[in-house]
Design a binder for this molecule. Structure first.
Ligand code: CTP
Length: 395
């Protein structure tokens, strides 16, 4: 916690008094804590409590602060943002991008890890709307410190009591460690499909959306890396804070990779590169006739194999999209392409291309393997980077 800068949002629940104890512990452990209170929180605890504990001003309104845009400065200076306690209302606003007070505006502008510790009545916590909102936030990478079962403000026992202070501090420590783990490292990621046109309106491609690579880029940037995302055609938005190079064809991706990925500390190839392209591309639209058409296809460059030839000290991670014999096929690719590790991507059924969820196993060495489980692609990105970073440290 020493020298950590924490932005603490306090929202209006009875557990707001526990945020004061948490603030005291964080300050004693060497953190600098800035506090934003919602109007409702101020009904439970006075701002003077927090300003006395932190020896810093407490913020609550977008309009009364001594400066014009405090929300941007506060999130830029923070290493992590915590919302303790997080009410159902604030969680719902966050999940829907609503920014109608200083805290929710700051949260919308935050590009640092966010830790949420919900606390509320058990029926509110159980409500499908709250469940869905928490799932959305988790998928976006927020760390949720689940509440505990215990005595609630309604004088009954239920699920919804604020998590114990040590659990919240553990989550903050994890978020702080993540934030810096790739600082100073260059990371290049290939993502999305490629398109190989045979006339101005028709092309050969595949169903990749680029989601896995986009989530990895987002996570690597959160961890402080200098990230370049080489991205094929997709409607998905690339993450903020990442250098994006747009490509369409495999040949363009190959050129971009040789320009931007060679010499990177870590290269992750998630792109579903078309293995062939039409030999000829007609300049005008091919008119249909009753007869069939034959398009002769020629091999595209293998971008990852090209990068492997110029690997140097880069740590090279490939992906293998498999439907059968996952591990054997992936191990063969690991060896053939001289990779440091390969993530096996199960693309059967509901998983893989175009879906939010996926199942991944990381393979390296002769027989080493780590199951990363089945989860949202954002959660898997964090698990995969944890595993890759551990291997990079061992090397
Ligand atoms: N790859 C690449 N350039 C290609 C083809 C693949 O960079 N032209 C990369 C992918 O991004 C992925 C890995 O290589 O990291 C996949 O290896 P590959 O042997 O092509 O596997 P599949 O695409 O699954 O193809 P297949 O099973 O048909 O061999």
């Amino acid at each position: 916690m020493n020298r950590a800068r924490i932005l603490l949002g306090v929202t209006g629940g009875i557990a707001a008094y526990k945020a004061a104890a948490l603030t005291s512990t964080l300050v004693q452990r060497g953190a600098t804590v800035d506090v934003i209170m919602t109007e409702e929180a101020e009904r439970f605890v006075g701002p003077l409590t927090f300003s006395s504990l932190t020896a810093r001003p407490v913020y609550s309104s977008l309009w009364d602060a001594p400066e014009r845009i405090p929300h941007i400065r506060l999130v830029r200076e923070a290493h992590v943002v915590a919302v303790v306690p997080a009410t159902a209302n604030t969680i719902a606003k966050m999940a829907n991008g609503i920014a109608d007070d200083l805290l929710t505006t700051a949260l919308l502008a935050a590009r640092v890890p966010i830790v949420l510790a919900p606390a509320m009545n058990d029926a509110m916590y159980d409500h499908p709307a709250t469940r869905a909102n928490l799932a959305t936030l988790r998928q976006r990478g927020c760390e949720i410190v689940d509440p505990e079962r215990g005595f609630l403000a309604e004088r009954e026992t239920g699920m919804g009591r604020l998590a114990a202070e040590e659990r919240i501090i553990d989550a903050l420590e994890r978020a702080l460690a993540r934030r810096r783990s790739l600082e100073g490292k260059r990371v290049a990621i290939t993502a999305g499909p490629t398109r190989e046109a045979f006339d101005p309106v028709r092309f050969v491609s595949n169903g990749s959306t680029g989601a896995t690579g986009i989530e990895l880029a987002r996570e690597a940037a959160l961890r402080g890396a200098d990230v370049t995302l080489l991205l094929g055609p997709t409607l998905l938005e690339p993450p903020p804070g990442v250098c994006v190079v747009r490509v369409t064809t495999a040949c363009e991706l190959n050129d971009a990779a040789l320009q931007h990925a060679v010499g990177a500390d870590l290269v992750i190839a998630t792109a579903a590169v078309a293995d062939w392209r039409p030999e000829q591309r007609s300049e005008s639209k091919v008119k249909k006739t009753d007869a069939g058409v034959t398009v002769r296809m020629v091999r595209n460059p293998d971008v990852l194999a090209e990068l492997a030839k110029k690997k140097g000290t880069s740590f090279l991670v490939g992906f293998a999209a498999e439907t059968d014999d996952h591990e054997a096929n992936a191990r063969e690719k690991l060896r053939r392409k001289h990779l440091d590790a390969i993530a096996v991507n199960d693309v059967r059924g509901e998983r893989g291309f175009g879906t939010g969820r996926n199942a991944l196993t990381l393979l390296w060495g002769e027989n080493d393997r780590r199951e990363l489980g089945t989860a949202e692609k954002s959660a898997l990105a964090a698990r995969l980077l944890d595993a890759i970073e551990a291997l990079m440290r061992e090397r």
